[in-house]
Design a protein around this ligand. Structure first.
Ligand SMILES: CC(C)(COP(=O)(O)OP(=O)(O)OC[C@H]1O[C@@H](n2cnc3c(N)ncnc32)[C@H](O)[C@@H]1OP(=O)(O)O)[C@@H](O)C(=O)NCCC(=O)NCCS
Length: 191
């Protein structure tokens, strides 16, 4: 079975839905900022053409049945302010990975935590996912903290896992099991 279709996921301040070509102008504001792309696997977009190339990659991922690129739509004005990728879906192991980015002027307001909570709730509930994981550069303090506050556990540090611009760097692996999620919910802890 390919990655299940997602129509929309709601949270108090956001709607998450699959990306559309018409989102690229808003997403250029997000991914055109090198502070946002610093830890992402692509350089800051210079133009809508960079956005179109990115969208083609995301569409290919969707067609492969292993992922789904969502966007974060802010409820007050329907502006697209971020992205959340569900990828590396492994059906046999009921596992997937998350990646995300938020426009710089929206950082520090709890918005990505809200988005991750909503997506995990959907994935562990309706999609019956068993394990969600995320890889983070240990220098990315905001992302490391976000995952811990969302109820993920730091499971290890993979040494020199990736090379970017000729430099090898470590990655921290974070994981959350459906049973962790349900236990946290029952205990009133994260999320
Ligand atoms: C990582 C990112 C999505 C965080 O989004 P955000 O909406 O600002 O995060 P939140 O406001 O939901 O914060 C979640 C937690 O992280 C903490 N946090 C946020 N920014 C932080 C920072 N720069 N340093 C330390 N902690 C930080 C918050 O205080 C909060 O913890 P708390 O509940 O204990 O207070 C955002 O910084 C971003 O888009 N970065 C660029 C893209 C990126 O690096 N993506 C991840 C790749 S792995």
């Amino acid at each position: 079975m390919p990655f299940p279709a997602i129509v929309r996921i709601e949270s108090p301040r956001l709607t998450l839905r699959p990306v559309l070509a018409s989102d690229l102008a808003d997403l250029l504001e997000v991914n055109g900022d090198p502070r946002v792309t610093r830890f992402l696997p692509y350089p800051a977009w210079q133009s809508l053409e960079d956005g179109s190339a990115w969208l083609s990659r995301m569409e290919a991922l969707g067609a492969s049945g292993t992922g789904r690129q969502l966007v974060l739509v802010a409820k007050p004005d329907s502006k697209v302010i971020g992205t959340l990728l569900m990828f590396r879906f492994d059906e046999a192991s009921s596992r997937l990975e998350l990646g995300y980015a938020l426009a710089r002027n929206h950082w520090g307001q709890g918005l990505m935590k809200e988005a991750v909570d909503a997506v995990c709730s959907h994935a562990f509930g309706e999609l019956n996912i068993r394990r969600i994981e995320a890889e983070v550069n240990p220098a990315n303090a905001a992302s490391c903290r976000l995952l811990l506050t969302a109820g993920f556990a730091l499971e290890g540090n993979l040494r020199q896992r990736w090379v970017a611009n000729g430099v090898a760097y470590d990655t921290c692996i974070y994981g959350c099991l459906a049973e962790d999620w349900r236990r946290n919910r029952r205990a009133g802890g994260p999320p």
